[in-house]
Write a protein of this length. Structure first.
Lengths: 403, 403
């Protein structure tokens, strides 16, 4: 793997070392296929294939499914260490040293990443330093390796996105069937609440075998106006208000998609914001090509919004009104990964074929209590941009039915 | 909180510091109620209430839901740091130092825990060391604080367990309705596979608003005989073979429960193992009282199995046949937490009121290709042991229908 060599060279590190509590962690998952492990480590020397060490002998079949040559607990002498009462710091120090030896990596500088508890990692590295090891942050290397997805990985994300799309269609169907009674939306004689939508979303996703380990956002009006507020289950939905539904489920890989609804006629302000966001999304999509920086797209979108009189992070840094966040982010092993759309970024801020990323302009007005966000997920292929979330954009859920 | 003071005193640490990538991490979740945050940190001085710092201004409402006095990104001067292009090591070093200052903690020795990337944590602590900070592992302190659950937390686990129980009943119903055709179980004209059971489990759990962030185990015969093998979706189920179904779903808190099925008459060997496991479970449950060590229960169960001629981790350390694992583990913020059932353990190895834990004896025979595990979840209350998973134990799924 040429890229790994380059990245390690940049850091003057002789290997990448990932210490994981569980294999579904984003630092390990890109490398080990369907294997499901608990405590485990990956050591990847600059010029040789990686080795995967695992600590529980119960997981030998799982480790074999990784496609990486395993280092078993027997080879690492784990049972003796446990027998002798090693504490976690002693055990991990022992395992790292032994795994490195087996992988042919002598003490020196390595790039470290992974979800092992921070306090444990600090103590383990402290102990290993006495034997000549030193450590530089390696999470960026993992993210760079994970940025460019192969066709199978993009396909897997696409299927997750399809499940999320089904859940959004179900939300639209429920909203379209609701009636406005006494200022609150009702369905089947009961108030339609955030919690009820969440239950339906969970059922549709479960049907697709999707999980929501990071939750979701179902946020009406004032709740949606603070972009990361997830929304309160008991909150009844009301006609005329905005409703942001942002889903980011996972089946090994994540997808991420957002739509905004309004049952009944929207205010002029909300309708205008929706049109502006829609236009910004189309413009960003038209400009997303290999070689373009994420930040360039953000600048274009900010200009568009500014022309229409909205505040932006460029014109009004720190404002809570108008367009208040970044334009997008990579999606895959994490909900937020590379490519980056930040101003300050290196190669990870440049779009390239194999990237999977969102574009998600939005407008927010906490005082007035409305919000609009439209988020699509895309794969950048050699022959252009592929939309992984082909869904309606309409505020009116009844318009979704006709498609 | 007296216990925190004692635990910090033991480590000669002046505060507990938790660095989190996301608030649902087990090191942070026990302390912050329903709040959902991304990058955040908790600093808890020995003699004062904790403070919760978060890095994204978009999450101010979520932070407020934690019940802990927040430290906002504005107070931590995050925007300026980002503006000036701080890298993650610089940003976190800055944020930790600033949060400590605001919480009234001067440089010195602190207990560190949390899911911040290991390589990043090592670099941050290295940098802070120059200013007089030093770090000892703090995950054990968090786990000790999380061990004893209050009534509301036990109630929450109990509701998760009820959802898992419903999913097991659904599995039993499907197995009971299946027909043996051509050596393979069929239902509705299709082969009944591991994957089909998994889909039904996911639907039932979704109905209860439960997630499976750690997956599940649906493992027939030879797959179940390796205790942590999760089971292969395409694998068709067969009459007469064992099927282990081990579910550990989450809704903020985890539950954990296992049953073993056999459609059609079991072999004598399987039936005898099932009876032995059932008896071991009852015996362990009868002995589980406040003050008893988990390891004592493990010894009793090993004796019971040894009397019946099965190998155990005490009689045959490292064996892959017979009883090959620990008796149980605490459950709550993680699938595996305190109390511990290991031989080498301190106070965390002693049962006390407020503990929530599994008892899960099992017997395995990889060569013969069968396995039995029965796992119940319990809460140890002041007035005795409460069973949180009241379900049938029968191998025969038809027996489940009659209850």
């Amino acid at each position: 793997m040429r890229l790994l060599e380059e990245l390690l060279e940049d850091q003057r590190a002789k290997a990448l070392l990932v210490l994981a509590r569980a294999s579904h962690e984003a630092c390990l998952a890109p490398f080990i296929g369907p294997a499901r492990l608990h405590e485990s480590l990956l050591i990847w020397p600059r010029d040789r294939p990686p080795r995967l060490a695992y600590l529980s002998p119960l997981e030998r079949d799982e480790a074999a499914a990784s496609g990486i040559r395993p280092l078993s607990p027997e080879e690492l002498d784990v049972a003796r260490a446990v027998q002798e009462g090693y504490d976690p710091v002693e055990l991990w120090s022992h395992v790292v040293a032994r795994a490195a030896e087996r992988a042919g990596v002598t003490p020196g500088r390595v790039a470290l990443a992974g979800g092992l508890d921070a306090g444990l990692a600090v103590a383990v590295c402290d102990r290993l330093a006495a034997d000549g090891w030193s450590f530089v942050p390696g999470a960026g290397i993992v993210e760079r390796l994970a940025k460019r997805k192969d066709a199978a990985t993009v396909g897997a994300v696409c299927r997750v996105a399809a499940g999320a799309g089904d859940a959004l269609r179900r939300v639209a169907a429920l909203l379209a069937a609701a009636h406005a009674g006494d200022g609150v939306l009702e369905l089947g004689g009961e108030a339609l609440t955030v919690g009820r939508l969440r239950r339906e979303i969970a059922l549709v996703l479960a049907h697709h075998r999707l999980e929501q380990p990071e939750g979701n956002i179902v946020a009406p009006a004032e709740e949606g106006a603070v972009p990361h507020t997830s929304g309160s289950d008991p909150r009844p939905l009301r006609p005329g208000e905005s409703l942001i539904v942002d889903l980011f489920p996972r089946r090994r890989l994540f997808a991420d998609v957002t739509r905004t609804f309004c049952v009944g006629p929207p205010s002029d302000e909300l309708a205008a914001a929706h049109a502006a966001v829609r236009r910004a999304l189309e413009r960003a999509r038209a400009d997303a090509r290999p070689g373009v920086r994420g930040w360039q797209l953000q600048e274009t979108v900010c200009e568009l919004f500014a022309e229409r009189g909205y505040e932006t992070p460029i014109s009004h840094p720190g404002s809570e009104r108008g367009y208040v966040h970044g334009l997008g982010h990579g999606v895959g092993w994490r909900v937020h990964e590379y490519p980056s759309f930040r101003r300050k970024s290196g190669d990870e801020g440049r779009l390239e074929a194999g990237d999977v990323f969102t574009l998600e302009p939005g407008l927010y007005h906490p005082e007035a209590g409305w919000a609009v966000r439209l988020e699509d997920l895309h794969a950048l292929n050699d022959d252009g941009l592929e939309l992984l979330t082909p869904l309606p954009y309409d505020l009116d859920p009844r318009a979704w039915r006709q498609l």
